[in-house]
Design a protein around this ligand. Structure first.
Ligand code: ZN
Length: 198
């Protein structure tokens, strides 16, 4: 079914807590039979992660559709690192950045006029994201209200999210909303959902 993924990103967990939290989530998914402990690299293309957990006997509990009408998934990879997670297909910038203080949306990629990022508009954000990846903290200034806010509080639109923990479901049928809600509840943080192609 092609090399596509669905991703759940924890938007709040600090990096030092991300590993233990990931272990608890995998324990839960293995106990539910959604995943196996066993890992495989087949069909896994997550950045910096070569392997994921194979689907378990009850993987259909996690997805839309009635049993037998979906297709068997590949593995689920866990990414523990501060990262800018992108869905879609191969973009490397957000299309916009919305200020958490004043709500002004700064356009980065002016669809459909352009499919290229406005480098000057994007630079302060990409620099802040780089600092956040290194240190866990960085502010980005708003061109409208001049207030600087933590880069993790900015809204970069669909398919661009910052987080220290992400779960990549490679080749899975669409995840069920109830599964996503339970997943989020167990993480105990705000999450984002993405899909995309390798
Ligand atoms: Zn603002």
């Amino acid at each position: 079914m092609g090399d596509y993924f669905e991703r759940i990103i924890d938007l709040e967990v600090p990096l030092q807590d991300a590993g233990p939290l990931a272990d608890r989530m995998v324990d839960w998914l293995v106990a539910e039979g959604v995943l196996l402990r066993e890992t495989s690299g087949d069909g896994v293309y997550s950045l910096g992660v070569d392997e994921g957990h194979l689907p378990g006997p009850n993987w259909e509990r996690a997805v839309h559709g009635t049993p037998g009408t979906t297709w068997p998934p590949a593995a689920m990879a866990v990414i523990v690192a501060r990262d800018d997670h992108l869905g879609g297909q191969g973009e490397s910038e957000a299309d916009s950045a919305t200020c958490p203080r004043c709500g002004t949306r700064t356009v980065i990629i002016d669809y459909p006029e352009s499919f290229e990022a406005d480098e000057e508009a994007w630079r302060p954000f990409s620099e802040a994201i780089d600092r956040w990846k290194e240190t866990g903290e960085a502010d980005a200034p708003c061109p409208a209200c001049q207030t600087s806010s933590p880069v993790t509080e900015w809204d970069f639109g669909d398919n661009f999210d910052l987080g220290a923990l992400a779960f990549d479901f490679w080749g899975w049928p669409p995840l069920a909303d109830a599964f996503y809600e339970e997943f989020t509840r167990r993480l105990g943080h705000r999450t984002a959902r993405q899909s995309g192609k390798f």
